[in-house]
Design a protein around this ligand. Structure first.
Ligand code: SF4
Length: 326
């Protein structure tokens, strides 16, 4: 991390900085999983155990967008593929070490089951998201390969404006997320403030690439009330380009630095997100599979089976919203 002020600020926000351009941060749900046995919506939707999930970014100070709803600091970032970067072996080892340091204090917590804590020391899943655009890290392929060699599944979350990086992915992540946060170029420009005037076209190019990738593919719609919530027909057209396995409409969360750009009134209610999801399901022909009101997120899919990662199948109670759609 080149900038000492930035490093200090990130450390103050709870990021464990790793090497030159990466960070690990404990997710709220990792703590919930350790202390109360509750997993996040990725547990409910896909079987991820939150206490064994490591949330990290290999590009903490790199992004080519400036989304108003982004939690991170903005104004100092690089928007190009990194010229100097850490080797992926060291990055993975140091990220796991950082996660262990973060969770070390839970060992003596009377509320935490010791077996569960010990399992948390061996992450089984890495969410490559957190903040920044991870495809700007040039060694992503080797990083994914190392994770998979160690039996760690991967979720890679991209803003979709780097289609060349998607084309070059090898191996593919266990699950690839592409964020589609605007229904058209005008809203995209106003909400994500791209560094590159062709960013919208690049996103469309990525959606076409995603259609043919042979991994689990998810389109995420982060919905900000008053900005991009609506335009269901147009979102359905964009989703039809990628034809993903799953679609996740998710409400914007009023957190981090986004609070300097947006207000609480931009946070949609779960019911508003659910109504968007119901209409999108009808328009796109997807099934409404599940929801997590705690996280204001719903899951749409082409079929009910196959949503859990191998070995993570779960019994789930049906939810009222599903009946309402049927
Ligand atoms: S793409 Fe992600 S990291 Fe970049 S500005 Fe948008 S929300 Fe933040």
């Amino acid at each position: 991390m080149g900038d000492q002020d930035l490093s200090n600020e990130l450390a103050g926000q709870g990021y464990q900085l790793v090497g030159k351009h990466s960070a690990v941060k404990m997710c709220y749900w990792t703590r919930e999983s350790l202390v109360r046995g509750r997993d996040c919506y990725k547990g409910r939707f896909y079987g991820i155990e939150s206490h064994r999930c490591l949330q990290m970014s290999p590009a903490i100070d790199s992004c080519n967008l400036h989304c108003r709803f982004c939690w991170r600091n903005q104004g100092w970032e690089n928007d190009e593929v990194m010229a100097e970067y850490d080797d992926p072996e060291g990055l993975l080892d140091r990220s796991i070490d950082a996660q262990r340091r973060i969770l070390s204090g839970f060992k003596g917590d009377a509320a935490v089951d010791l077996d569960r804590w010990e399992a948390s020391q061996r992450p089984k899943h890495i969410a490559i998201s957190l903040t920044g655009e991870p495809t700007l890290y040039p060694k992503m392929n080797r990083f994914l390969e190392l994770c998979h060699e160690r039996g760690i599944t991967t979720f890679l979350v991209t803003n979709g404006t780097n289609p060349d990086a998607l084309r070059a992915l090898d191996p593919l992540p266990t699950q690839l997320y592409v964020s589609v946060t605007a229904p058209n170029p005008e809203v995209f420009r106003r909400l994500t403030l791209p560094a590159d005037e062709h960013a919208w076209d690049h996103l469309l190019e990525s959606l076409a690439i995603v259609r043919d990738l042979r991994t689990r593919r998810v389109i995420r719609h982060t919905l900000v009330k008053g900005w991009n919530l609506g335009w269901v027909d147009r979102y359905a057209e964009l989703d039809a380009i990628a034809r993903p396995d799953f679609i996740e409409p998710k409400g914007y969360v009023y957190m981090g630095k986004s609070r300097q750009r947006l207000g609480r009134d931009h946070v949609p209610s779960h019911e508003e997100v659910a109504e968007f999801a119901r209409r999108l399901a009808r328009r796109s022909g997807y099934l409404l599979l599940d929801e997590s009101p705690d996280s204001k997120v719903l899951l749409l899919g082409l079929r009910a089976e196959g949503r859990f990662l191998p070995g993570q199948e779960r019994e789930l109670a049906p939810l009222p919203v599903l009946a309402a759609v049927a």
